[in-house]
Design a protein around this ligand. Sequence first.
Ligand SMILES: [Zn+2]
Length: 292
Amino acid sequence: MIFYCSFKWIILAFLLIISQIKFKKNIEKKNINQIIFAKEINHYQKKKNVNKQKKIVILIDPGHGGQDPGSIGHKGLKEKEITLKIAIKLKELLDSNKFFQAVLTRNNDSYLSLKKRKNFLKNREVSLLLSIHVDSAQQSYVSGTSIWIVSNNRIHREINSFINNKEENIYFSKNIENTFKSNQNDIYLKKTILDLQCHCFQSIGTDLSKYIFQEFKKIVKVKKIQPNYASLGILSSINTPSILIETGFITNFEEERKLKTISYQKKVANAIYISLKNYFQNKYISNFKNID
Ligand SMILES: [Zn+2]
């Protein structure tokens, strides 16, 4: 049994490598991300006409909403208001670029359960989830932006839950879905594929964080120039790379004042937009010659 599963695993790894070779002759370690975005990239390669290219769909999740205000500043500013404003601005910027399409989990002051937010990832071809938040602390002197990625423990728990059929109807890429269909009872294979994929998602999050910090450093204080890892529900999807951005501390007097201004909200949204543009341009440069 062990040998049988190992053999399947080797075949899978081999197929993944072959598909990468076909896609691009020079394999580099960083190109592992292309497995995840393979569908989009193949599409770009086939279609010469840029107007007909499939867009990269970014799901933007403005934190909190409705009866859940999130953190509240000393002057009464509510996190849910700022996350929505930044998210709407970011959507406008992404939608103005022909390579992107942005989707919001909420576009007004409504309450959304975690389940409803994650439902967007089940039914849509989302390439990336960005959850927008504002931080808070007991001490008002604490300030700065930060980024969060899902922890290993949480993601393994989510994978096990899916394998044990507690979670159903999750959308995966065609390659993975076909492999699952033809190996329905092989939980070892399923687990291996999902482990590999989620590891890629975490790498994407780490890579993208570098681009975001690079842009944030130009306009805001960065609390720590490395992402943090945590067991956060919104980041725990096993079919989509996900990151959470804390756009400042609402409990810091100076940052609360800035977060309230339209100019600061625009700056933050623009910094995230430029980061996404640079990230995709650098990762898949041949397909994004005209990304501006
Ligand atoms: Zn929050």
